[in-house]
Each structure stands twice: as C-alpha cells, then as structure tokens.
Design a protein around this ligand. Structure first.
Ligand code: UDP
Ligand code: MG
Length: 326
C-alpha cells in the first residue's frame, strides 16, 4: 500500500483544526492508502498548538506536528511540512477546509495515472468581485513578464509525487514563492477545477496589503525582466528628451524665444524624479533579496515537535487531559 502524506500549515486555526482533522481522516480512511498528517504550527498565538498535541496523541501513528518559534509565514510552513513528510506522495492543504478533503480521492486517481503534480484549481465564486477582478488583471499582466507560468485560481492545494517534493526541497532559496517554484520545476502536471468553498471558521490571514506584497514577490522572484524594463524606459525617456530639445531649439531659432516653460520644466523634473525613485526601489528590491540569500538564515526555527516530549509539554498534555485550562 502506498503512503500518502498530508501537509497542513496552520496559523491561528484553533476554530477549525479539529474539524479539519476529523473530516480529512474520514476521507483518508476510506482510501486504499496508508497516511500521515503533518501539521505545521506557524507560531500560532491561540490554542492551535494545544489542539495539535491532542490530535497527535489521539492518532499517534498517523499524525505528526512541528511548531515554529514564531510566525514565519505559510511558505516556511509548507517547506517544513514537505521536509517532514515521508510519504510516496504529498498533498498540501489549508487547515480552514477551503480545500475540500473529498477531492483527495480524485487527486490520487490522477497520480496513479502517472501525473507528478495534480493541481486543484478553484473557481472564484464566493470571492469579492473587486478581489477576483484584481486577481485576474494581475495574472494577465504577470504572465507577460515572468518566465514561469502563474495561473489564476491555482494555489497550494495540490498533490506532489516524491520526485517533485525532492526537487522542491533541493531549491535552497530563502525567498520562496511557491507558486512560481511549483511551475519552475516542471514535471508532468494535470489540473482540475473545483468550486470554491467559504472558510469554515476563523479568519483569513490575507489583508489587502499582504496581497500587494505577495504580488510584488511574484514579479521579482523569478527573473530580472523588471530591470530590463527599467533600462528600456530610461532609453525611451532619454530619446524623448533629446527630440524635445531639438524641437525647442529649432522653434527658438525660427520664432525667437517666447514664454519660458516653467510648468513643463517642473513637470519633467518631478516626473523623472518619480521614475528614478521607482527604478531605484526596484534595484533595491533585488539587492535586498541578495542580502537575505547571502545571510543563509534558516527558513524557520522549530520549538517543539511531536514524538519528542519535553517536560513542559507533558505537563501541558496532562493539564488538558485533566480538563484544566492551558
Ligand atoms: N497560514 C500559515 N501561516 C501564515 C498565514 C497562513 O500557515 O502566516 C496558513 C493558514 O493557517 C491556512 C493557510 O495558510 O491553513 C491559508 O491561509 P488563509 O486561509 O488565511 O488564506 P486564504 O485562504 O484566505 O487565501
Ligand atoms: Mg483560507
């Protein structure tokens, strides 16, 4: 029987993680696989970790968890989960039941047909119209710029074969933009659609600002084409300025000097200043990335993991068993 690992990054998911566990386990139990669920607690500040400890205790052979020393972000969570997973295939899922566990069977069927990456693509019903319109525009623009293909609605809900997991783990970069990495590694990929579900409970961790930053990551993570655009923009502006200077000179020679163009001057200075700032920021963005890469810091720090009971953890588990608050 093949072994399937399910990787679940959780950040403040106390409201749903138990429901997620029960639902997923029910689905997995009916499939012809051995399975393990690897939870990654991404520095939650609520009772998520306590819930995970209980789940690991309840199903010791099929559940593991690791807990980060602080919130390192979902990318780090997924990386940790992939490192932790021992299965022949790995499925990455959100803890909020927005990734329907009922689809696992379908993913396995496609895996057995020989596909290495099985992607479940969500529709956009249930999203706010503004958000879906912006997403669509973003993916339209980004795919013109970036070397790898990023598809709208394709997230982290996917099954990865062992070779794919090993390929991902072999990419050591500090700034991880998984959507791009999944696409960059290639392998035989198949996509199917599912209807988007609303979050079961708890709150989304994405605010508009985080989404904007994530979008910026997508643009600069995968190539230096934005720098190329900066060069072309500079050349174009310089050429325009040269033409304008020739025109003004010819005009002054034939008609004499007329009114001085203060407004034009100010507009040009400010406009060019703005363009230069943007370009400097862009270069800075790349340098910042180099800076982080050269530090070679770990992607995350683990403070606790299942199967390694330390004294404080034992005390906490006992407290929960005895019905005391933690
Ligand atoms: N998540 C995480 N670390 C974070 C933010 C989110 O591990 O810093 C997890 C979260 O617990 C959930 C998944 O990533 O399992 C997706 O998060 P969320 O549902 O908030 O995103 P959305 O579905 O709204 O895009
Ligand atoms: Mg969600």
């Amino acid at each position: 029987m093949m072994k399937l690992s399910v990787v679940v990054p959780c950040f403040n998911e106390e409201a749903v993680v138990e429901r997620f566990d029960a639902t997923t386990r029910a689905v997995l139990g009916n499939l012809p696989v051995e399975y393990e669920i690897c939870y990654v607690d991404d520095g939650s500040t609520d009772a998520t970790l306590a819930r995970l400890r209980l789940l690991a205790e309840r199903h010791p052979n099929a559940t593991r968890y690791i807990s980060f020393s602080r919130n390192f972000g979902k990318e780090a969570g997924m990386l940790a989960g992939l490192r932790e997973a021992t299965g022949e295939a790995v499925i990455i899922m959100d803890a909020d039941l927005q990734h329907p566990p009922e689809l696992i069977g379908r993913m396995l069927d496609l895996y057995e047909l020989g596909h290495d990456q099985v992607i479940a693509r969500r529709g956009r019903d249930g999203d706010k119209p503004l958000r879906s319109a912006l997403s669509r525009a973003y993916y339209g623009a980004v795919n013109k710029w970036v070397d790898v293909e990023l598809a709208d609605g394709v997230g982290d809900f996917r099954l990865l074969s062992r070779p794919v997991v090993d390929a991902l783990l072999a990419l050591p970069e500090y700034n991880r933009f998984s959507k791009g990495l999944f696409s960059w590694i290639g392998f035989d990929t198949v996509t199917f659609d599912y209807r988007n579900a609303a979050r079961e409970a708890g709150q989304t961790k994405w605010r508009f600002g985080t989404l904007l930053n994530y979008g910026m990551d997508g643009l600069v993570s995968f190539n230096n084409r934005p720098l190329r655009i900066a060069i072309w923009l500079g050349i174009t502006l310089a050429a325009l300025a040269a033409c304008y200077a020739v025109w003004i000179t010819v005009d002054a020679m034939s008609n004499g000097v007329t009114l001085p163009g203060y407004v034009t001057l100010v507009a040009i200075v400010v406009g060019l200043g703005g363009v230069q700032m943007v370009m400097l920021g862009l270069i800075g963005e790349y340098i910042g990335r180099i800076y982080y890469e050269t530090k070679k810091r770990p992607h995350f720090l683990v403070k606790e993991r299942s199967g390694v009971p330390g004294p404080p953890q034992d005390a906490r588990i006992r407290a929960v068993r005895e019905g005391k608050a933690i």
